[in-house]
Design a protein around this ligand. Structure first.
Ligand code: ISL
Ligand code: CA
Length: 557
């Protein structure tokens, strides 16, 4: 594979509404991102991915776009965006935007037209179907609860929405829709942005005939995913996108692809594919998801390390030399990694955050750091339903607890505390002042109560902090072809306590190990005398065979 700039890059994800407020309205904005660029630069990353900043009624925090070519007024305006892009480029940072084109907002002009009449020129921009026996066209259940179909009184048809009612799916079969999307992509690329993260991009192609989902038990919850993921024309659409748009710019593209397999990913990102550069796969972040209260079988058992290792190793092995991985623990949809796979109690929070960072950043692929991950930010631990804002969390609660009475309040609250997307969305913790320096007004979302201890100011004042540890990991990658391109060999897949692997490249070997427990463990990896310790989260060890609680070490030889 020819070497590309994005293979050596590290990406920092900014969720603008929770990053930094600059005008006191309690909502993070582009002015705030501009103000914090030096902070992001200091971490050493190469690229910023901005979650959607387009005009939107915000039913799903910007993932419901009503105008692709203007900036959400809460976030600023095009002038500030242009300034941010210029300033980022001046600092040597690239900016990748979110591309949300599986669906629009129901407030988008196209949809407002489309719903007017069956012969409106925009009718076919969306997916309209007649009902079946006076009911919805099929048994698909949406991601945010209820049917994927909503009835439109005036034209007596249903439209498809995989997510909320306010997020109607675009009809990708219509070449006019595709041309509009290519155009809006060019609009941003011509401004000079450096690529796109593409929202649920493997859902674009729906199956012919819209058959019922085979699992009626899931009828009210996202049984639609296997029906729409990686559909029959997806490859054609992505190739067309590459031909007509992406191949004309030196930019990066990462497709969010729930339920994609490594084979799918090779199809889309492989050498011959000429489609996307990489995908966000979901295997390692949905390990507990099959145990879901929506399916009546949730329990709070933590993920087993052997399962986590198996899922990451599968992707490392399959894509080596054939495609390219994106590496992430966190994003705006996932619980915080230190709470999920580490230990967020004071004693081991720092060690476990650093260990997890090491395990991820030494893998093959492009690492993504989600805002606050570099501070070891934890889950929100909200106890009150009113502290939650996320449409997915609230809809799930209302459906399961209020309407269907499938789950009791306490169980649902424990579930949300473990899995809710809001765990990632609490405002960034900058310092120990009121609202942690995020805003001078009333924050749109409650802050995590631990901000007086966990914040960027403390991290920057302490040379042994998680922040500086991430900085070192990023720096190591930038200076090592072994870390970027080496192959992957897992050690002891059945080990339930330690994650260990090797990477090999041009005669050099990297050995990475991480203790996932709060105990001392003894392991006997065979490490030659002439090794060099690249990084560790503990002081130099006398006993090479022992790994202390959450200890991680990386050797090169
Ligand atoms: O994150 C999920 C489960 O916790 C999924 O249901 C999630 O909605 C799915 O991963 C797709 O996510 C993307 O598209 C959604 C948007 O709500 C998410 O924020 C976005 O990342 C719809 O646009
Ligand atoms: Ca603001």
């Amino acid at each position: 594979m020819k070497k590309k700039w994005w293979q050596k890059a590290v990406v920092y994800q900014v969720y603008p509404r929770s990053f930094q407020d600059s005008n006191g309205d309690g909502i993070g904005d582009l002015g705030g991102v501009l103000k914090r660029l030096p902070y992001i630069k200091k971490l050493g990353v190469d690229v910023i991915w901005l979650n959607p900043v387009y005009k939107s009624p915000d039913k799903d925090n910007g993932y419901d776009i009503s105008d692709y070519r203007s900036i959400q007024p809460k976030f600023g305006n095009m002038e500030i965006f242009d300034k941010l892009l210029r300033e980022a480029h001046r600092l040597g940072l690239k900016i990748v935007m979110d591309l949300v084109v599986n669906h629009t907002s129901d407030q988008h002009e196209w949809f407002k037209e489309s719903k007017k009449s069956k012969n409106n020129p925009y009718r076919d921009f969306y997916i309209w179907r007649d009902g079946k026996d006076g009911k919805v066209p099929n048994n698909w259940g949406s991601f945010f609860g209820g049917s994927t179909w909503d009835y439109n009184e005036s034209t007596k048809q249903y439209y498809l929405h995989l997510f909320a009612k306010g997020q109607p799916d675009l009809n990708w079969e219509n070449p006019e829709v595709r041309e509009h999307v290519w155009d809006l992509m060019r609009f941003w690329l011509d401004k000079g942005i450096d690529g796109f993260r593409m929202d649920v991009i493997n859902f674009l192609s729906k199956p012919a005939g819209f058959p019922d989902a085979p699992n009626p038990k899931q009828a009210e919850f996202a049984n639609v995913e296997p029906m729409v993921a990686d559909g029959p024309k997806l490859n054609d659409y992505l190739r067309e996108m590459n031909d007509k748009v992406l191949s004309h710019y030196d930019v990066m593209s990462v497709g969010e692809m729930p339920s994609s397999t490594p084979d799918d990913a090779i199809k889309y990102t492989g050498l011959e594919a000429k489609e996307l550069n990489m995908v966000f796969q979901f295997d390692h972040v949905t390990l507990t998801m099959n145990d879901d209260p929506r399916l009546g079988k949730w329990n709070d058992q933590p993920v087993k390390l052997v399962d986590l290792k198996r899922s990451l190793s599968k992707w490392q092995e399959a894509l080596d030399g054939k495609g390219w991985n994106s590496l992430y623990w966190n994003n705006h949809d996932r619980a915080r990694v230190v709470s999920r796979f580490g230990n967020d109690l004071p004693k081991y929070r720092i060690k476990s955050a650093e260990m997890l960072a090491t395990i991820l950043h030494m893998l093959q692929g492009t690492p993504y750091v989600y805002q606050g991950e570099e501070l070891g930010m934890t889950n929100a631990h909200f106890k009150d339903l009113k502290d939650y804002q996320d449409i997915e969390s609230l809809e799930a609660y209302h459906q399961l607890v209020d309407r269907e009475k499938l789950v009791d309040h306490d169980t649902m609250m424990r579930y949300l505390a473990t899995e809710s997307r809001d765990n990632a969305r609490t405002p960034m913790q900058w310092d120990d002042s009121k609202n942690s320096g995020f805003t001078e007004g009333t924050p749109w979302m409650k802050l995590n109560e631990n901000y007086s201890e966990i914040n960027a100011k403390n991290e920057l004042n302490n040379q042994d902090s998680i922040f500086y540890y991430y900085q070192r990991l990023i720096d190591l990658r930038h200076n090592s072809d072994l870390i970027v391109y080496g192959n992957y060999v897992e050690l002891d897949p059945d080990d339930e306590e330690v994650f260990a692997y090797k990477r090999n490249y041009e005669g050099k070997t990297l050995l990475v190990m991480g203790n996932f427990t709060d105990k001392n463990v003894v392991r006997n990896y065979d490490v030659p005398e002439n090794k060099q310790l690249l990084i560790s989260n503990y002081d130099k060890d006398k006993n090479l065979k022992e790994l202390r609680p959450y200890e991680t070490r990386v050797y090169e030889y």
